[in-house]
Design a protein around this ligand. Structure first.
Ligand code: SF4
Length: 483
């Protein structure tokens, strides 16, 4: 089904609600001398972090002052509006949100005017909305990822109609353009290129909560990236659940047929120094895309390529649609075309039915590929996914022991790769002083490795700096700027 854009009329309607809330906030400031505050707390992935930048953009436009923290017991510090942008990929992420909502019950008694909202992936699940409706009566507003652009309308109902709004998305989702964004960083920016997923990996809840794939038009993406470059952004990360299927749902995209075309377009038409992207499903990573990574200097030599398991049997049960051999062949083709590429991956340990032999296949694949880094996860049962109903769940102690073995292996490989970089000079985009040691600067290489370094006059933020690597650690490098 072709992707539908949210209509201009709909976006104009949201602007109308935005103005009314802004007037309400300005009248409050005129009589009290204070500005109403809002805090967005984000759980989960980069997609959610960027969604929160949009929620903050809309709230700022409505006249709220965004604050990074909120209190639950000091009246002046309790934010006037608290919005949780939630994740449901793992069970503990949901539990954390319920914990925060419980803690806010007391805050609501201290400050009855406060507004509490919950949005994001968790609230696309009817059972979670029902739980909030029943147990967390202090929550005024619930809506899912697919309706996030309607925040002004929902908030308007809470404020002016004194309604409790608990929405479950009714559509597969559309693409909304023109939502304001309050970016957290002035050097690096997220750019969503598509929403949703069509893949239905058997362990994953994402397609159920984020809907089917919807790509943004290339012209809209290009306009956004041009604006970011004008504002001094040095690095963008293109986001999508599977960027490799970008554009397949668009009937007319001005000649841009796939993700490789989109990368070419952004490199040709803008002067963005660095482009990263995530996530890439291995089954859709084409030779055209490999060639686009190789030929475009601005596209970083870095790839996140989730493998999930090294066993073809488990991969089949995960519905990943590639085998171990096909994945290894893909890695070989990528490395042939882009020899300096750094590779990272996601791995799930303890998928139902995973045997010791399956797990050893994962270890051997990790040894063979030699990833720079890996995000390793213990399988988490998600209600509504096919894998959750399986009876052959792996015992917790077995999963934990396997997880520790995998982590130890990956850490030793990561360290060995980093050790091999000692003595080399790498280009680093400086992000400013290190958070843990103000005497050092920090930044990332094209391969996304963190480098902490000395040298320079402290004025290097936003500059590409050549850094001589003096020492290596498992997760980072240390060096000296060559100025
Ligand atoms: S590709 Fe698979 S793991 Fe990734 S979001 Fe889609 S269903 Fe989930």
């Amino acid at each position: 089904m072709p992707t539908i854009q949210v209509s201009t009329e709909e976006m104009t309607k949201q602007l109308h609600f935005t103005r009314e809330i802004r007037n309400w906030n300005e009248a409050y400031t005129a009589t009290t001398g204070r500005v109403r505050t809002a805090c967005v707390r984000t759980f989960g992935c980069q997609m959610n972090e960027h969604d929160s930048e949009k929620l903050s953009g809309m709230l700022t436009q409505m006249g709220f002052l965004m604050v990074p923290e909120y209190s639950v017991n000091e009246e002046p510090k309790i934010a006037d509006l608290i919005l949780f942008n939630t994740c449901c990929v793992r069970e503990n992420a949901e539990e954390k949100v319920y914990g925060h909502l419980g803690a806010l019950k007391g805050a609501k008694r201290i400050k009855p005017t406060m507004i509490t909202g919950v949005c994001g992936c968790m609230t696309e699940q009817p059972h979670a909305v029902e739980e909030i409706r029943r147990v967390y009566k202090n929550v005024d507003l619930v809506f899912g990822t697919r309706a996030a652009h309607k925040l002004p309308e929902y908030l308007h109902q809470v404020i002016f109609d004194n309604k409790r709004v608990l929405e479950v998305s009714k559509t597969e989702g559309e693409v909304a353009e023109g939502v304001p964004v309050e970016r957290a960083d002035d050097l690096k920016a997220w750019v969503t290129i598509m929403y949703g997923c069509n893949n239905f990996c058997s362990y994953c809840i994402v397609p159920y909560v984020r809907g089917r794939e919807r790509s943004r038009k290339a012209t809209d993406i290009l306009a956004e990236v041009r604006g970011l470059v004008e504002n001094g952004i040095q690095e963008i990360t293109l986001l999508g659940q599977n960027v490799n299927s970008y554009g397949k749902d668009l009937e007319d995209n001005d000649g841009i047929t796939d993700f490789a075309d989109l990368l070419d377009l952004l490199c040709r038409e803008t002067e963005i120094p660095r482009i990263r992207f995530m996530t890439s499903h291995p089954k859709d990573l084409s030779d055209r895309l490999i060639a686009a990574i190789a030929r475009n200097k601005s596209v970083c030599n870095q790839l996140h390529l989730p493998v999930q398991s090294g066993s073809s049997r488990v991969l089949k049960e995960m519905n990943r649609k590639y085998t171990r051999e096909e994945y290894l062949d893909l890695v070989a083709r990528i490395r042939k075309a882009v020899p300096e590429i750094t590779l990272s991956t996601d791995i799930i340990v303890g998928f139902p039915g995973e045997t010791e032999a399956d797990f050893e296949q994962t270890l051997s694949l990790v040894e063979q590929v030699r990833y720079d880094s890996a995000y390793t996860f213990i399988y988490s049962k998600r209600v509504g996914t096919p894998a959750a109903t399986r009876e052959d769940q792996v015992p917790e102690d077995v999963v934990k022991a396997r997880f520790d073995r995998l982590l130890a292996l990956q850490n030793s490989i990561g360290r060995e790769i980093n050790d091999g970089l000692v003595g080399r000079t790498l280009e680093v985009l400086c992000e400013g002083p290190s958070r843990t040691n103000e005497d050092r600067m920090t930044g990332r290489t094209e391969g996304n490795k963190i480098v902490n370094f000395i040298g320079g006059d402290g004025n290097l933020r936003g500059k590409m700096v050549r850094v001589h690597i003096d020492h290596a650690q498992t997760w980072s490098l240390e060096g000296t700027a060559e100025l």
